[in-house]
Write a protein that binds this ligand. Sequence first.
Ligand code: NOJ
Length: 638
Amino acid sequence: MSDSTTNDTGPTTAPPAWWTAATVYQIYPRSFADSNGDGVGDLGGIRQRLGHLHDLGVDVIWLSPIYRSPQADNGYDISDYDDVDPLFGTLDEFDALLDEVHALGMKLVMDLVVNHTSDEHPWFVEARSSRDAPKRDWYLWRDPLPSGEGSDAAGTPGAGTYPTAWRSAFSGPAWTLDERTGQYYLHMFASKQPDLNWENPDLRRAVFDMMNRWLDRGVDGFRMDVINHIAKEPSSLAPGASHFVMGGQIHDHLREMHREVFAHRTDRELITVGEMPGVTVDDARLFTAADRHELDMVFQFEHVGLDHGPASKFDNLPFDLVALKRSLSHWQDGLADQGWNSLYLGNHDQPRSVSRFGDDDRYRFESATLLATVLHLHRGTPYVYQGDEIGMTNAGFASIEQYRDIESVNWFDESVAAGADPESLLESLRFRSRDNARTPVPWSGGAAAGFSTGTPWIEGVANHDTVNVEADRAAGDRSVFEHYRRLIALRHESPVVALGSFELLAPDDERLYAFTRTLGDEQLLVLANWSGEPYELDPALHPALRRRSVPQVAIGNVPSGAGLTLAPWAVRGLQSVPAPPRCANRDSGGAARRSGRKMSGAPRSSCRVRPAARGAGGRVRHAARGRAPDASTRRTVG
Ligand code: NOJ
């Protein structure tokens, strides 16, 4: 959280927020590394592998939930917010991990799941004990409607007793009847995940107290699970997402959270990111405007919904590059002067990015590195999902017995019961299931791929003998990890990467993803051939392509083709050649402001220095962590 800074692109004297130059790495603990041989990843495993993340150069680690939980949704169903699930370790181990993360110069962010708890949380156990229980109102209860006046289980209004036609994200109705007290409770996810009632001030107080306890323990912020769902309108439980997503009180709740949890912690660099399915750019501007004190950034879902058909997320549509460019650039533009973007292509809820957007077979290295480059060179804070840094692919399981994910299994069962063809359902899951990204990280080849000495809780990807950390890191010029490392270092070192304004080029081109980032008189031109065929660049695309002296290659993945040809899945980030040294004080924003171009960052002064030697806005993360700025990010390709 940054109270004293602004993250907008207008001229400002305040330093940019630290996370504009940072990269976050997401760990899905049960699949990261298993230290005790029970087949489930744990805190001990994470501690053993911290060197991997330190080598990668990430600034922040986000841990998916490790709290006590019956694991109905792999930890997103919490039964004790103040303890670590024995499956993952102990609080002492957590403290040791936190110390080690901090000693390595990184931060640790917890997953905050407060739209719902587990039905085994003592709050819910008490709430369901009687209609008069003191905590009854901490959850959302409704009487059954007279038969035929409510919805039925399939969501048909006027056919049953359910209070609304809302459907759970994990199939079935969003209401379960509590037999003992004769009322329905709401659960937007599984029936074991009852939704909390944020209208109740005591509940809010309990959540804020819990967040404060974790911050006092030393964690550096929160990734907030479906946080835009917390403000439901219990008095109006009519059909439709508008009543449970972005309800009227959402901004008040987040501002209150800021006041009660973050506002007084001005001596710490914290970070908050809100996961928000259905959020629009206009909403996000409000949620992330620095002076509104709500969140630092949000995860939006527009770009990862483009390949969902009308029936459900399992209705797979072909990938459309033009639509992706339109969507991402819309967000870049929308948050250019207020707010901040989170950048992601994959996480534990999405298919593997190289299988979804790239070519995970013939051009796995090329397309994995292209996707990373395009994403990381946008304006925003990039998130790396575990395994993407070695180009992990979808698992593509063939039988329903191989799946573990509650969403996938419930959808399969419900669809089969409704008469769907199991083979076509499996075909959809092979591409879309969340389990595609939840397979164990293969640290090496061989048995259990170095993930565990036991039997992993879920099968690994069949290609783990070739796609594993050991093999990737030994692959020299064809190491996906090494490419990610250079991208992360580039963001640390280059103000134009961290802060430059964004402009999309050739928006309608179906194979080229091209854009510029501009900061003062520096420009980065990014050219990505999003296809398996060579791509001939049109010199009219950008003046740099017409000049005799080719700009410096800031980053690239494969040797470029001859002249203006981009090899299949080749990407290049070309940085405009710096002007000769000048020693007079200057305001780098002046020229751009005069020409009407938008500027980012604080005015700078004194001699021009090579971009590789300068820190982003004076915040050279590697120097702060005892490392030299990384000259290898300037490697020339071609
Ligand atoms: C979003 C999380 O990312 C997902 O994994 C989880 O199932 C739901 N929220 C419910 O907590």
